[in-house]
Design a protein around this ligand. Structure first.
Ligand code: RIB
Ligand code: CA
Length: 314
């Protein structure tokens, strides 16, 4: 990204606490312009993830970003949500006021295609949920992988670092496990993929704890109050607030935070214990699967500082 240029993005997400924090981070970061949001079933049913995306926009007093509802279930499998982690409403049981924000009339794949067609080769697609919407968009609009500039996704466990184990199963990360068929379609679509996996995002040094919240003067804007409530819920219920999705967006805000390596990756779509595994192939066989840019390390302290200063206005 040229210095001073604002990067146009589309965010496909399943809010969920960390998706909501990633959206707040995007709205408060001058490096990016959110052109649209598409929602998918994952952490919560799609009715909730859609309502939650609208709630975050309301809290940030934003009313000009379209939110398009997407898939209610994975391509070929039933949904297994994670409300036990994110709270009964998917946003830490905040019981936010009924949203006034109307959803876009178009379904998610159409909104993604329309925006990419309006801004050819410019938009970076940032996906922080299961990849169902993206796969459906690529299937119904085959030119889309080339119309988008590239894609950054939160997904996978690559066993490169000690944190790179699965979080849904011992071998698989939640987003990929939820819809492995969609992930296979996306990884083999020809689009340039950057993956932020658990290898960096499950590092305890990039999770928020009470010590971070205690540093903050309680902000007075609705967005800061929302971010604090979400973070507090995660800390109270899980000991820390995982930031998988804000970390994914941060790879666009400041790529220098990360180390990357390009590797061929295969997504396992069986229904056994390997379901949703993201396997790095030996380079000799690499031509069987396309290469992706994989994050293998992160400057934890600089990321936390970036996140706190942007989201909590510190
Ligand atoms: O495995 C973590 C990912 O799954 C995050 O994107 C979280 O929000 C859930 O979608
Ligand atoms: Ca997510």
């Amino acid at each position: 990204m040229e210095k001073g240029n604002v990067q146009r993005i589309i965010m496909d997400m399943d809010p969920g606490i960390d998706d909501a924090l990633a959206l707040i981070l995007a709205l408060k970061s001058p490096e990016v312009q959110v052109m649209g949001i598409s929602t998918v079933a994952g952490n919560a049913p799609v009715a909730l993830t859609s309502a939650n995306a609208c709630q975050v926009l309301e809290a940030c007093n934003i009313h000009n970003i379209p939110v398009a509802k997407g898939a209610a279930s994975p391509l070929e499998r039933p949904l297994e949500h994670a409300l036990s982690y994110h709270g009964p409403d998917g946003l830490g049981k905040l019981a936010l006021p009924e949203r006034k924000f109307p959803l876009d009339p178009e379904p998610a794949p159409e909104l993604i295609s329309q925006l990419a067609s309006q801004h050819p080769h410019e938009i970076v697609l940032v996906a922080t949920g299961p990849l169902t919407n993206i796969a459906q968009a690529f299937q119904s609009h085959p030119q889309l992988p080339k119309l988008l500039s590239r894609m950054i996704l939160m997904g996978g466990a690559y066993h490169i670092t000690p944190f790179g184990r699965g979080n849904k199963t011992p071998l698989a990360e939640f987003n990929i496990w939820q819809d492995p068929e969609a992930a296979f379609i996306v990884f083999t679509s020809g689009i340039d993929v950057t993956a932020i996996g658990l290898d960096v995002s499950a590092n305890p040094e990039v999770c928020l704890s009470n010590k971070h919240l205690n540093q903050l003067e309680t902000g007075h804007s609705p967005a800061i109050s929302l971010a604090i409530q979400l973070t507090e819920y995660a800390i109270q219920h899980h000991g820390c607030c995982e930031l998988h999705d804000p970390l994914t967006l941060a790879s666009l805000l400041d790529p220098s935070l990360f180390g990357f390596m390009s590797v061929p990756v295969e997504v396992i779509t069986t229904s056994d214990e390997e379901r949703g595994m993201t396997r790095i192939l030996p380079l000799g066989l690499g031509n069987r699967m396309p290469f992706i840019h994989l994050a293998i390390d992160v400057d934890e302290a600089r990321f936390i500082q970036l996140f706190l200063s942007r989201v909590f206005g510190r």
